[in-house]
Design a protein. Structure first.
Length: 147
C-alpha cells in the first residue's frame, strides 16, 4: 500500500491507496477540493461539515446522472446491436433466397439447353428424312419418265 499526502480545505491528510494508484487518488482529490471550494465561494462559509455534505451530495448526483447516461447508452447499444443482428439475418436470408433463385435459373437453363439440343436433333432427323423422301420421290419420278 502506498501513502499519499494531500491537502484538502487547507488541511494536510495522509491517505493510503494501492500501489500505482497514487496519481489517480491525487487527481480525484484535486477535483473534490475544487468542488468544495466552488461551493464555499458560491454559498459562503456554512461550516465545514455542511459544505462537505453538500459537496458529497453534488458528487453523488453527478455520479448518479453519469450512471443513468451510461445505462441509457448501454440500452442504445443493445438496441443497435439487435438491429444489426436483424439486418444481418435479413441479408443472409436475402442471399440464400437469391442463391436458390440462381440454382433454379441454372436448372431451367440446363433444361432449356437440353430441350434445344433435343429439338435440334429431331429437326435434323426430320430434314434428313424429308431430304431422303424427296430424293426417293425424284428417283421414282425419274424412273417413271425413263420407262
Amino acid at each position: 500500500m502506498a501513502n499519499v499526502s494531500i491537502k484538502f480545505n487547507g488541511k494536510e491528510f495522509l491517505l493510503s491507496c494501492e500501489d500505482g494508484q497514487e496519481d489517480h487518488l491525487e487527481e480525484l482529490l484535486i477535483q473534490l477540493n475544487q468542488k468544495f471550494n466552488d461551493l464555499k465561494n458560491d454559498l459562503g462559509n456554512l461550516g465545514e461539515n455542511k459544505l462537505l455534505l453538500i459537496t458529497a451530495v453534488k458528487v453523488m448526483d453527478e455520479y448518479h446522472e453519469t450512471k443513468k447516461r451510461v445505462e441509457q447508452k448501454k440500452n442504445e447499444l443493445r438496441d443497435l446491436s439487435n438491429k444489426f443482428k436483424e439486418l444481418k439475418n435479413l441479408i443472409y436470408d436475402y442471399r440464400d433466397k437469391k442463391e436458390d433463385e440462381i440454382k433454379e435459373l441454372n436448372k431451367r437453363h440446363d433444361n432449356l439447353k437440353s430441350e434445344i439440343e433435343s429439338t435440334q436433333k429431331n429437326y435434323e432427323k426430320l430434314i434428313d428424312k424429308t431430304a431422303d423422301e424427296i430424293s426417293s420421290f425424284i428417283e421414282k419420278a425419274n424412273l417413271k419418265e425413263l420407262s
